[in-house]
Design a protein. Sequence first.
Length: 383
Amino acid sequence: MNRTRTALRSTPALIAVSALALTGCGLTEDKASSDAKGAIAVKATDDACEVARAEAPAGTIEFTVTNKGSKVNEFYVYAEGDRIMGEVENISPGLTRTFHVQVAEPGTYETACKPGMVGQGIRAPFTVTGASAAPKTEDALLTDATASYQRYVNSQADAFLTETEKFVTLVKAKDVDGAKALYPTARSYWERIEPVAESFGDLDPKIDGREDVIDDGMEFTGYHRLERDLWKDGLQDDSDEIADQLLADTTTLVGLAKKVELNPLQLSNGSKALLDEIATGKITGEEERYSHTDLWDFQANFEGSKAAIATLRPYLAKNDPDLVATIDKRTKALETALEQHRTDDGWALYTDLSTSEVKELSDALDALSEEVAKVSSVVAQAK
């Protein structure tokens, strides 16, 4: 998630499936089924989270989350240590979002709604029954897609560490102009694989938390704290310490991210999650509130989403060619809208965009997101 990085991710994740098993498969009418063998209906309001069934067998679990409240909501499935097994973001009032999450091991989990998309959420126990159902597939196209995307994650993680090392060196050398110039480029590697990168306990808010984390009892550290120092307050007495901690946390995160074992459903959900990241933070100008370099983040999230879809393309072309054609059309439209704001040194500042330009980007993003949301349903049908 890309708004307030909360303290709820308190324990580094076990190396397994995590945040790429996240977002939904579509926007639907409010027809969530509570049948014992069907999708599990969730009624989310501003002060309640009603889950129709509190257990399901290990394997792929489908939820349909209807927002009956007045605030934008989210829904999460957590394992022990607040390890995110699945999440669906940006559920506007009146909408239903459907998503699939792979929970391979039986045991006790938690569900949570987050009205207003902040805080620890309204939680309840959730039991996964039966025998282990490790997320395997016999489909060679999906096996190839997973291996390809794993290589992509590894390459982006390595580059993120390299660029963070450079950024920290510039900060500690008091080279403000150099650090400002590198800042959006270094962060782009994080943004391309954000659903994986943000899944390891407190590392996400420590590296990428915005100032709002203070409200959750956390220290404001990481990239956005240094963003504030560079663009607003000037380098502080503890900026070097913050920079050193950023590098240490990034080193730890990269080691974990490169050991994640992904499955095809995580790729499809992750592609949608990255578009949700744009919708809930970048398109609003909230992410880079001091530097206003949100379009760098926008482009990186978009690239990451396209990378996930690209690895799945052979499978999707075989199983739903019409969906591929529509995604291609919507992707081209968003690329065209975004390219209007490219500059000689990267992208226009968010504050330079007019209201109509932001709306154009938002409309194109929504159109693409609606189609990408359908990919998980196609992938979930694989044997």
